[in-house]
Ligand binder design. Structure first.
Ligand SMILES: *Cc1c(COP(=O)(O)O)cnc(C)c1O
Length: 562
């Protein structure tokens, strides 16, 4: 049932009168309306709603786009029920079942049920955190959430938090919409600190990058991160005026961790060439492999060279909830700034990230004022955030933290890591799957290699190895796409350069085990399906996919997955 209601060949629209319009703002939907039924089903049986309405079938992107070609804003109003029907049929049906326990390819998982009614309450209130006049209690609430996560990371003493958690002259962090903005905010602070006001120079915020370089006598500027860095850092390098190619990517070791000696060499080279280092970024849970850089060592180096140390813990930050595994992040408490994503492992709906700062005065380096809206000395959070108007998402983070508590999150984190280890063991126990990266947190990568090919690879020449890998890459890509298109399970795909293949780029399946609903039998089924697809591809029953270009050369930097 899409398109306007037709009656005697004439389309019926709701009246376009002011009164009928007012009803839209006031009258709630009746329980028997389409929207009323949707609401009821979502609140009573979310799983059933998703299963019933999301269809899994293959549809080409350009087929899908055909339903969304009209650029005309409709002249006449449409009935709410008609729009709801349209959405169910064309949008909900064609969306992705990210809550499915078999959807283990991305960092987006199922949500605890209480997030739904609380989200609705948040939207009903429609607070704007840009300033206190439109948010009232939401502002101290957000500051409290930032304080809680600051304490999780930095664990300063009680008086520090009593003094600073609600102190309007500074902020322990910036709440924002995602990890990308959190990374950008952190580097924004870093560049403002490095090029701070001095003598007749009014600071980079006032005078810009060019004047800053001249004043401080630099020939260029760079940000240093391992080659597993997230691509949001590229965007930040672009926006800060540094340029993407000056996001210098440092090689990684066999465990996908930054090679510290290479980092030190790069720092020395930059110094010699008068290149300002805006920040060294350590990663606590890389997007592709879940690896954690040696944060303590990076902290030592940054301290010795007086460089801003940023830790991108968008994924791995919540590991700090786990008594058993938090040691993996040792050194994060020495970071000048930390990115933390709540919409990943805090199980909050999309749109919640945070940048936390060790020094509570850091954010004053980027504070902005505007007479009409944000005056000096105000309590408004909008002074110190990149974004202006923002929703009350902090309420959902607060709720997650209180309802599940540290112990609840610990169970989720430990469960994910242990599941990843079990899955790794399952893969190693087969003859025809090869584990490519061991799970340090709850991510791992692997690929399919027929048993006889695997035996041959153990003894063959380097050239033969190269050719076999090229074929295996094609196989991995095709299996991944076929499995995705079948629509019952999903693993993602990336490309790595495992040391044993001499720098050759290897396509791999990438698995993220964050959904608590995922069980071992789901993982078994995924391997069985992949093996079956492989068999059909190798027997010629199914054709290989050559549509995508070979990725060929190893990438210079940064991942594009999420
Ligand atoms: C997901 C992720 C980001 C980006 O976060 P978004 O919320 O997608 O903007 C940055 N860094 C790492 C390590 C991530 O995993």
């Amino acid at each position: 049932m899409s398109g306007p209601v037709k009656k005697k060949n004439k389309t019926v629209h709701p009246e376009a009168t002011y009164e009928s319009l007012l009803r839209i703002f006031t009258v709630p939907e009746s329980e028997n309306s389409t929207l009323g039924k949707i609401e009821k089903q979502i609140s009573e049986n979310l799983d059933g709603f998703l299963k019933e309405h999301i269809v899994s079938h293959v549809i080409a992107p350009n087929e899908l786009e055909k339903g969304f070609l009209d650029s005309q804003i409709p002249e006449e109003p449409t009935f709410v029920s008609e729009q709801a029907d349209f959405l169910l049929k064309n949008v909900v049906a064609e969306s992705v079942h990210v809550a499915s326990p078999r959807f283990i390819g991305h960092m987006t998982s199922a949500l605890p049920y209480f997030m739904l009614p609380l989200s609705k309450m948040m939207i009903a209130l429609n607070q704007n955190l840009v300033k206190i006049e439109t948010s009232k209690a939401f502002t101290p609430l957000e500051r409290q959430v930032l304080g809680m996560l600051h304490r999780l990371i930095y664990n300063r003493n009680q008086p520090f938090y009593e003094e600073n958690i609600q102190y309007s002259g500074s902020a322990l962090g910036a709440f924002c919409s995602d990890g990308t903005i959190a990374n950008l905010t952190s580097l924004w602070v870093a560049i403002n600190r490095l090029f701070r006001p001095q003598q007749d120079f009014a600071g980079i915020g006032e005078e810009g990058l060019f004047a800053a370089m001249q004043h401080y006598g630099y020939q260029g500027a760079a940000i240093l991160v391992s080659r597993r860095g997230h691509y949001s850092l590229k965007k930040a390098a672009n926006l800060l005026g540094i340029g993407r190619r000056n996001l210098i990517s440092i090689p990684t070791d066999t465990n996908n961790k930054i090679i510290v000696s290479e980092l030190v060499e790069t720092i020395q080279r930059c110094k010699k060439q008068r290149i300002a280092i805006i920040a060294v970024v350590g990663i606590a849970g890389t997007t592709e492999t879940g690896s954690v850089d040696p944060l303590d060592e990076l902290a030592n180096i940054c301290e010795a060279h007086d460089i801003h140390f940023h830790v991108d813990a968008a994924w791995g930050g919540p590991t700090l909830f786990s008594k058993k595994y938090k040691h993996l992040l040792k050194g994060i408490e020495r970071a000048d700034s930390v990115t933390f994503d709540a919409h990943k492992q805090l199980y909050v709906p999309m749109g919640a990230g945070m940048a936390l700062f060790k020094d509570h005065k850091s954010l004053t380096l980027v504070a902005h004022y505007a007479e009409y809206i944000i005056r000096k000395g105000s309590r408004d959070l909008g002074r110190m955030t990149l974004e202006g108007s923002r929703p009350g998402m902090a309420m959902l983070v607060h709720s997650g933290l209180r309802i599940m508590g540290r112990k609840g999150y610990e169970l989720l984190i430990d469960g994910g890591i242990e599941k990843a280890r079990t899955f790794a063991a399952m893969i190693k126990n087969t003859e025809d799957f090869e584990l490519i990266s061991e799970p340090e947190l709850n991510l791992l990568t692997y690929r399919f290699v027929p048993a006889d090919v695997r035996r041959f690879m153990a003894t063959c020449s380097k050239e033969e190895l190269f050719n076999i890998n090229a074929h295996l890459n094609r196989l991995t890509i095709t299996i991944q796409k076929e499995q995705r298109d079948r629509g019952t399970s999903f693993v993602s795909r990336t490309a790595l350069e495992p040391a044993r293949f001499h720098g050759q780029l290897i396509n791999v399946f990438r698995v993220v085990l964050a959904n608590p609903l995922t069980q071992i039998p789901h993982l078994e089924e995924i391997l069985i399906e992949q093996r079956e697809i492989a068999r059909r591809l190798l027997s010629g029953e199914l054709a290989m996919d050559y549509s995508e270009q070979d990725e060929g050369e190893p990438r210079k930097a940064v991942t594009q997955t999420s």
